[in-house]
Structure formats: C-alpha cells, structure tokens
Design a binder for this molecule. Structure first.
Ligand SMILES: Cc1cc2nc3c(=O)[nH]c(=O)nc-3n(C[C@H](O)[C@H](O)[C@H](O)COP(=O)(O)OP(=O)(O)OC[C@H]3O[C@@H](n4cnc5c(N)ncnc54)[C@H](O)[C@@H]3O)c2cc1C
Length: 491
C-alpha cells in the first residue's frame, strides 16, 4: 500500500482519490479551501441558491462509474434529470429557437424557425457522433504521451481517417461551408466555447461536442451541480480517503522523485506529508511555478482558455419565456472573439443565462428566479474590475432588455459578481481561465501537459489544465488515466 498525497479537491482530485483508494492506496487530499469542489461551487445570494461554476452536465456515466468501481449504490442526489430542451436560443435579430434534446425534434424546430432542411441537421449530428467514436479512444480515453496509445488499433483507425477530423480547418469555416444559415453557424460555432476556445481559430474537430449534448443528453442532478461534489466526497470518505481542508500546499520536496508535500495552516505552521506517489489537481503551471520552484523544471500554458464574468441575480419575478439554459447571442460573433483575443471584453457580448430554479424550485423563493448570467471574459486578472463590471453589467442588461422587452435591472433585488480574479484566487487557475489551455490550435491536444511528470517519476497530474482537457467529463477522464498509469507503474 503506497501513501498517495493529492493536492486539490476539484472534480478530478476527488475522482482520482476514489480510484486510488479503491486500488488499495492510503490516500490523503490536501485542499486550500474550506470545502471541496474547486470550480464546482455553490453560494447563496439574497434568498437564492446558485451553482457558481458548471451548470451543464454531459456524460454523467463517468460519475456513475466511480460508484460502480467502489461497489456503492448511486445516491438519490445523482438521479439526474435528462433535459428535454437543452437550450433556448435568442438571436440578435429577434429569432428564437429551442434546442430539443431529441435530434429529430431539434431538426424540425430548425426547419420551422430557420427554414433549413431537417436532413441537414441530422447529417451534422450523425457526423459528430461518428467523429466522437473515431477520436474518443485516442484523444480522450488514453494518455497521448504513452507510446502504447499509438500502437493501438483505435489510433490506426483514427490515423487512417485523419482527413475526417478536419483538424486543419477552423470550426467556423467548417460550419460556414456545411450550414446554409448564419444562425445555425453561430449556434454550432458556440460549441468551441465549451472548452474556452474561439471558433474562428479552433479546429473543426471540436464539432464532436454537440454529439454529447444531442445524442447522449444533457443532465442536471435534482438538487443542483454541487450535489456531485458532495456525493463524491462522501464516496471518497467511505473508501477511506482522508481530507484536510484549509490546508494550502506550499512546496513539493523532490529530487528525482517526490518525497513529501509541505502545507501551511495559515499561521506559518508548516506540516510535512510524506508521499510515495503525489498527484496534483492544482493548475499545472501553478504547480511548477509555486510548489516546484527552483527545481529546474517549468511549464507554461501556451494560450489560456477564456475566463468568465458571472452575475448572480435574485429576480423578483418569473420569466416564462426562459428555460434552464438560455443563450442571447451577440450580433457579431467574430468581433466578440476578436476582442477576447486581444485580452478585452467585447462591447456586445453573448450572454448565457442559467436559471436552476426552473427545475429546482427550492433554489429561489416562490415567484422569484435565480439568474446565473455569464459572459466570456479574457483570462487575465490585472483589469480595473469596478470599471469593467459596471461596463459589462450595462451591456448585459441592454442585451437582455432587447430580447425580453423588460427592464431587467428593475427586477434585480440581490446581486453578486464573480470575475477572473476571483476565480484565480478561489481555485488557483492561472488568469482565472475556466479550462486551462485553449484548444485554439490543431496541436493543442498534443501540447497539453501529460498526466505524468516528465521530471519526477512519482508525480502525476489530473484536472482541466492537463490531458485530455477541461470540463467535468474530461477532468473525470484525466483521473481515470492517472489511476491507470499508477496501477501500471506502482502496483
Ligand atoms: C463559471 C464556470 C462555468 C463552467 N461551466 C462548465 C459547464 O457548464 N460544464 C462543464 O463540464 N464544465 C464547466 N466549467 C469547467 C469545470 O468547472 C472545470 O473544468 C472543472 O471543474 C475543473 O476541475 P479540476 O479537477 O481541474 O479542479 P479545479 O476545480 O480547478 O480545482 C482545483 C482545486 O485545487 C485547489 N488548490 C489550488 N491551489 C491549492 C493549494 N496551494 N493547495 C491546496 N489546494 C489548492 C483549489 O482550491 C481547487 O479546489 C465551468 C467552470 C466555471 C468556473
């Protein structure tokens, strides 16, 4: 039995802890915050509860898998609700479209609103499903830094079909040549933002993402997203994992391999945690810069994914035209991403509105709603935040006034704001980036940091800043890859 020390209790840290405890290791998790979850967090504002991080859950089987592995029943809190409508879209010209989860129904809705042949949508989603099947084994389920991956049959299959990845064309260019409506192009371009990328730069391979939503489904746990963290923490504890909260890691003691991890309790008390195996769930760049400082190894994200500015509003009325997930598109998507590329906020942002009280009535008082309002933001923490918040708040309210024909501001009765700087401070994310590195280049998948350190033979990495990338499903897969690598090398 090895002593495993995991730094950070984000979703990947929790999943890695469960998997390694099940393998028989003695697992300790060190977390700087008072609670687990990292970017998956919750908060009360006014009389409402908000999930302040992810709101869209896909591929929940990866969560269920952890319970199966540990031989425990899946709790009631994770009996997910499969959404019949994935998103309500509001376009800049006033057109509205509901993205039904059933691909046939969605294709009919597209035909009705945008006069596009349903067969075209079905073909697009079928292509997306085919690409997912072709790429998932190599790009998602395995380490890209293990020679065995390239000797496998799925790798050869993917290589033989390399042209169908469309890795050398951008998602926007691909969509523009396949879809006859600018509204549809904008709708499918948006999937690049699911990992914080820019559709005008990111490879068309990202068209695999709609497959997960439409063919596989989008879900919500019955009491909200934070229930995932609570259930996984309980599962980890049941497997024997020990958690230490408010225990920030300061240093990793290592020569050729990690020997111990040092933490502080905030009162300058240093504590040493001997480790046979160490796993960092903290942003990989921060791990090198802060914990391994001076050890002649470094890593820098080549290009960060986007961050976000989030407004949490308690609204004193309900809005029947809204659903759980809503998108209010900007009038010029290209200009919006050009501003983000320059490190600026766009003057006319696309607004994402999540209203969990539509499905979870206890999240807001009767006849009120909890609005989680998110706009894409550059991943930087050095801005004049009061000025930026004031500017973007006005732009968001104006965009929603145009769509809903209501003075939204007059109905906000409690409010909080989250910026990139807040995200960086709360989770250690460099620049407050939501997904670590962007996927704006066809080589991004190969340039992301591996799950095992090239410098220290018993140091591993899981989470959104390393392979295979950000977002809940990929973070869970990173934990799976780490557990497999450890089982192979240390058992
Ligand atoms: C606003 C927002 C919206 C999002 N929307 C979605 C969505 O809809 N769907 C989706 O799938 N994904 C979404 N994401 C992305 C998703 O939340 C992340 O990819 C995922 O949660 C990252 O998990 P992780 O395992 O990388 O760890 P993180 O959540 O990054 O956690 C890292 C942990 O390390 C801890 N830590 C940092 N420094 C130290 C230290 N010195 N010592 C000890 N501990 C430390 C942190 O406190 C934190 O708990 C969103 C993220 C945000 C912020």
């Amino acid at each position: 039995m090895s002593r495993v020390v995991i730094m950070g209790s984000g979703i990947a840290g929790l999943a890695a802890a469960i998997r390694l405890a099940v393998q028989g290791h003695q697992v300790t998790v060190l977390e700087q915050n008072a609670v687990a979850g990292g970017k998956i967090a919750e908060r009360r504002v006014g009389r409402c509860r908000f999930d302040t991080g992810p709101s869209l859950l896909t591929w929940p089987q990866l969560i269920d898998e952890l319970f199966v592995l540990a031989g425990k029943p899946i709790p009631q809190t994770l009996r997910y609700h499969r959404l019949p409508v994935i998103c309500h879209y509001f376009f800049a010209d006033g057109k509205k479209l509901q993205a039904y989860a059933d691909p046939m129904h969605f294709a009919d809705e597209v035909a009705r609103v945008l006069e596009v042949a349903p067969s075209l949508i079905r073909r697009y989603l079928n292509d997306s499903a085919r690409l997912f099947q072709l790429t998932r084994e190599v790009f998602l389920l395995r380490s890209l830094h293990d020679v065995r991956t390239y000797l496998s049959l799925p790798a050869w299959r993917a290589l033989c079909n390399i042209r169908s990845l469309y890795a050398w064309t951008t998602l926007h260019r691909y969509n523009s040549t396949r879809l006859p409506s600018p509204h549809l192009v904008q709708l499918f371009d948006r999937y690049a933002t699911y990992n914080g990328s820019d559709p005008f730069q990111a490879p068309a391979t990202l068209r695999v993402i709609p497959h997960l939503e439409f063919n596989d489904g989008a879900f919500l746990p019955p009491s909200g997203m934070y229930a995932i963290v609570q259930a996984l923490q309980l599962l980890a504890e049941a497997c024997g994992v020990r958690f230490y909260f408010s225990t920030p890691v300061q240093k990793i003691l290592a020569r050729r391999q990690v020997q111990a991890v040092f933490t502080s309790d905030g009162k300058r008390q240093r504590q040493s945690w001997p480790a046979d195996i160490a796993v960092s769930n903290v942003d990989v760049q921060l791990t090198y810069e802060k914990f391994l400082d001076g050890l002649n190894c470094r890593y820098r994200h080549r290009e960060l994914s986007t961050s976000a500015m989030v407004f949490l509003w308690e609204m004193n009325r309900t809005f029947p035209e809204l659903g759980l997930h809503n998108i209010f598109f900007s009038s010029d998507y290209e200009r919006e991403f050009a501003a983000l590329k320059q490190g600026k906020f766009p003057a006319d942002p696309t607004v994402y509105l999540n209203c969990s009280s539509k499905l979870i009535p206890s999240d807001a008082p009767p006849d009120h709603e909890n609005w989680f309002v998110l706009i894409n933001a550059p991943a930087r923490t050095d801005l004049d935040w009061p000025a930026q918040i004031a500017f973007m708040r006005k732009a968001v309210i104006e965009r929603m006034r145009r769509a809903l024909h209501v003075d939204v501001e007059a109905h906000i009765i409690a409010e909080a704001v989250i910026t990139a700087a807040d995200l960086a401070a709360a989770t250690g994310a460099i620049g407050g980036a939501l997904y670590g590195s962007s996927s704006n280049h066809w080589r991004s998948a190969f340039l992301r940091h591996p799950n095992r350190s090239p410098h220290f033979k018993n140091l591993y990495f899981c989470g959104g800043t390393v392979h295979p990338g950000g977002g809940i499903p990929l973070c869970l897969l990173s934990a799976r890859i780490v557990a497999e690598l450890i089982a192979r090398r240390h058992s």
